[in-house]
Each structure stands twice: as structure tokens, then as C-alpha cells.
Design a protein around this ligand. Structure first.
Ligand code: SF4
Ligand code: SF4
Length: 99
């Protein structure tokens, strides 16, 4: 999912004068039985500044542990949404260079 594109479409359609419908091209990744998209995400604790932006996504895999974000791997299906919002690049797919 391209988060910036989705936000743009929602803003455009909610400000339109006439009624409109937004149709997502794929079902929610959290639906039961959906296969993982890719490797789960991990948090680079050195890079995380605890800004909380990733927590605001509402993904159940992301929580706060002390003063850092954390991702519970078993709940993460690798959708990549959180990677698009972390300005510090503290979130990475497993095996792509995190501690
Ligand atoms: S968005 Fe990035 S820097 Fe901010 S809390 Fe999440 S992982 Fe940490
Ligand atoms: S990639 Fe990020 S947003 Fe997607 S399920 Fe995993 S932790 Fe949640």
C-alpha cells in the first residue's frame, strides 16, 4: 500500500461536493488466513527516537517498550506500511541490516 497516495485520495474524496466511494484493491492484511507478505519488521533501537508516529498507525504488531518502539514479529505480516512513516529509518525488514 502506498500511504501517501491513499491519504491523497481520501482527502480528495472527502472534500468533494458529491458522494463518492473509495474501493481498496486488496482485502485487509489482518484478515484471518491471509498469508504474510514478507519478512516481519524489526526496530533498530539505536535509530528509534520514540516519536510515536509508527504507533499512530494502529497496527497491533507495534507497541512501545520503554522509550522505544517495538514490533511483535508473530503479529507482523510484513505489509511495509510502518516503513513509510518512520523518518529515522528505524524500521526495517528482518535481515535488512538491523541489530
Ligand atoms: S516512527 Fe520510527 S523513530 Fe518513531 S517511534 Fe516508530 S520506529 Fe521509532
Ligand atoms: S510491516 Fe509494520 S505496519 Fe505492517 S504489520 Fe508489520 S509492523 Fe505492522
Amino acid at each position: 500500500m502506498n500511504l501517501a497516495e491513499l491519504n491523497s485520495v481520501i482527502k480528495e474524496e472527502t472534500s468533494a461536493e458529491e458522494p463518492s466511494v473509495i474501493i481498496a484493491s486488496r482485502p485487509c492484511v489482518l484478515l484471518k488466513g491471509r498469508a504474510a507478505i514478507s519478512e516481519p519488521v524489526e526496530v533498530d533501537k539505536e535509530s528509534c527516537i520514540n516519536c510515536g508516529i509508527c504507533l499512530n498507525l494502529g497496527c497491533p504488531a507495534i507497541s512501545r517498550q520503554g522509550d522505544k518502539a517495538q514490533v511483535t514479529a508473530i503479529q507482523c505480516n510484513g505489509c511495509g506500511l510502518c516503513l513509510q512513516v518512520c523518518n529515522k529509518k528505524a524500521l526495517k525488514k528482518r535481515g535488512e541490516g538491523n541489530a
